[in-house]
Design a protein around this ligand. Sequence first.
Ligand code: HEC
Ligand code: HEC
Ligand code: HEC
Ligand code: HEC
Ligand code: HEC
Ligand code: HEC
Ligand code: HEC
Ligand code: HEC
Ligand code: HEC
Ligand code: HEC
Ligand code: HEC
Ligand code: HEC
Length: 294
Amino acid sequence: MKGLIRKWQKPLIICLLTVFCGCVSAQETQQQVKHQDLKQKTVVTEESDPYAQKIEPLTTRQCGQCHFSVFEKIRDNGGRHKIHCQECHTTFHSFRPGMTWSDVVPRCTTCHDEAHGPAFPDCLSCHTDPHAPINSLTNLDVLAKSCKTCHNRQGKEVTQYKSAHSEVACNECHHDRHGYRPDCTECHSEPHTGFVNNAGCMGCHPAHSPREINYPATTENQVCSECHAGVNQAFIKSSKKHASFKCVFCHSDRHGFIPDCSKCHGEPHSKKMMTRFKNNCTSCHGDPHSLTLE
Ligand code: HEC
Ligand code: HEC
Ligand code: HEC
Ligand code: HEC
Ligand code: HEC
Ligand code: HEC
Ligand code: HEC
Ligand code: HEC
Ligand code: HEC
Ligand code: HEC
Ligand code: HEC
Ligand code: HEC
């Protein structure tokens, strides 16, 4: 195709194009003029009769034009209350002197049942801002009176398993806002952080019963030996099979658990022999960590 457009044809094509485009833009200008005429006509109508138009109900955005701080709060912190203003405020701008405020503002129970049972009728005492119902749960003094009513299990845990934490108030740990989870290291100046960081603490100490020490079956011997160096030394010296095991293979389930030899070995020797030695395996085999026959 390119070959077909000869050098002398080029200026001609450009010339034709310019004429065509000129026509189009002229048409556009004419249309714009007409459009402006129309617009001016509409304005004239409205000015002469401001009641000619249908009135639409206010939209949520329009409420927000005056009540911007409320709008902003719902937008940023409203959670599942991001619904239209008028779903709650079926009436508004009706407050007059002599009226009670609670008569003009929406009631929670129009849409909700007693969410937490009959013990908690005064919704706004905790949900202090209806426009941010979850994020406004900051009234910890009020909440603290009822932690255990709603969190029965945790309440029982701290009383059943006596520890120093039983003396610490719920909201001393769960401070600032409802649902906050504290770091252990906020209060403990890192007792054995040589081998563990904050996230690891709860692998051994459950927060509400810290003396019920538990650990996972994957715990390395090195962790135990931080505190039981002697046992570890015995392991290093021993060539017996026990020394190749994980501490938690025998001391399973919870800290301090001592297994019975027979749990794994059953009855390796005759009854007669065992009665003579009062079933005491270690009187012959010695310390289970070194197994040196004595
Ligand atoms: C989930 C229901 C709900 C929604 C949605 C809601 N409100 Fe409210 N609003 C209330 C309640 C309840 C009160 C009364 C609070 C009180 O007694 O302190 C209130 C109070 C108000 C007040 C007076 C107190 C104040 O905070 O200034 C204004 C103004 C207001 N709402 C505007 C709005 C606007 C504007 C919207 C939408 C952008 C909106 N509300 C959406 C429930 C709602
Ligand atoms: C033109 C501005 C304007 C618009 C638009 C507006 N408000 Fe108001 N509103 C006010 C003023 C002014 C007050 C009284 C002073 C105050 O409480 O801030 C008020 C008070 C309120 C109150 C508390 C007192 C009462 O009598 O209810 C509520 C609730 C409320 N507005 C809700 C709304 C809702 C919902 C919308 C949208 C449907 C809306 N407003 C639209 C200006 C406006
Ligand atoms: C017009 C109906 C309406 C009113 C009135 C109303 N709510 Fe709600 N509320 C809802 C809806 C809808 C949801 C979302 C429910 C869902 O998703 O299951 C909700 C959710 C909530 C939530 C959970 C919010 C979240 O983000 O998870 C809380 C808390 C709540 N409402 C408290 C209140 C309180 C307190 C009041 C009174 C101040 C109130 N509501 C008034 C309709 C309402
Ligand atoms: C003693 C304080 C307190 C009172 C009073 C209270 N609430 Fe709550 N409410 C809470 C707390 C705390 C939550 C849990 C918030 C969370 O999920 O983090 C909650 C959660 C909710 C939820 C969300 C539940 C869910 O499973 O998503 C709704 C809805 C709710 N409240 C409505 C109400 C209503 C309605 C009232 C009044 C009848 C009320 N609350 C009274 C403290 C209170
Ligand atoms: C009115 C009932 C109610 C009260 C009072 C209450 N909570 Fe809750 N709490 C809830 C509900 C509902 C949830 C969310 C559902 C759940 O995880 O059980 C929750 C969740 C929590 C969570 C877990 C949050 C997460 O991220 O999983 C913690 C921690 C908590 N509450 C601590 C407290 C403490 C501490 C108090 C007292 C200061 C308290 N709560 C008072 C109802 C309540
Ligand atoms: C010494 C600090 C401390 C105290 C005291 C405490 N908690 Fe906790 N709580 C925590 C920590 C840390 C977690 C997070 C546990 C996790 O992530 O495994 C937690 C978790 C929770 C949870 C979330 C669910 C769960 O069991 O993991 C609830 C609910 C809770 N606590 C309620 C309470 C209540 C109610 C009290 C008072 C009876 C209380 N806590 C006292 C530190 C504490
Ligand atoms: C709000 C402060 C606070 C937080 C957070 C906290 N503790 Fe404590 N804890 C204490 C106090 C106070 C004591 C008693 C004095 C002491 O031993 O330092 C204690 C004692 C303990 C004890 C010894 C228990 C006993 O009865 O002797 C253990 C174990 C413990 N905490 C572990 C933890 C772990 C793990 C965490 C994180 C889940 C944690 N703590 C979070 C305040 C806290
Ligand atoms: C491998 C398990 C394990 C891990 C992980 C662990 N601990 Fe311990 N912790 C223990 C054992 C075992 C004791 C001693 C219990 C005893 O005295 O009966 C202990 C004791 C404590 C004590 C009481 C100290 C005293 O002098 O009475 C505190 C406080 C404590 N741990 C906090 C923590 C904190 C905080 C973390 C996380 C940084 C943590 N622990 C991680 C196993 C662990
Ligand atoms: C933070 C230090 C610490 C760590 C880590 C630790 N222990 Fe202990 N352990 C102790 C203390 C202190 C005692 C003695 C206090 C007692 O009798 O509860 C003890 C006692 C024991 C006992 C003997 C209980 C009895 O009745 O004589 C066994 C078994 C034990 N630990 C095993 C382990 C194992 C296995 C691990 C590793 C998974 C481990 N320990 C990790 C501090 C620790
Ligand atoms: C093959 C099983 C087994 C293994 C593996 C094992 N233990 Fe033991 N451990 C025992 C038995 C059984 C006892 C009780 C001895 C007794 O009754 O005299 C014991 C006692 C203990 C005691 C208390 C008495 C003492 O010797 O101080 C501690 C602490 C202990 N073990 C720590 C450890 C540690 C740490 C490891 C890992 C380095 C470990 N154990 C590995 C079986 C084992
Ligand atoms: C949790 C299980 C477990 C417990 C508890 C346990 N053992 Fe063992 N023990 C083993 C296993 C597994 C072997 C290796 C068996 C094999 O390879 O045939 C072993 C090996 C032995 C051997 C042979 C050692 C060797 O190197 O050939 C002796 C002796 C022995 N155990 C004695 C004891 C005594 C005594 C106790 C109690 C103080 C005890 N065991 C507790 C699991 C256990
Ligand atoms: C009177 C001393 C004596 C008593 C008590 C004793 N043993 Fe032994 N046991 C021995 C002798 C000796 C051997 C054989 C030498 C060896 O294998 O080291 C042996 C061997 C074993 C073996 C290794 C068998 C093998 O295949 O290598 C096991 C496992 C064992 N004993 C477990 C136990 C257990 C568990 C108890 C307690 C119920 C116990 N013994 C009590 C003296 C004793």
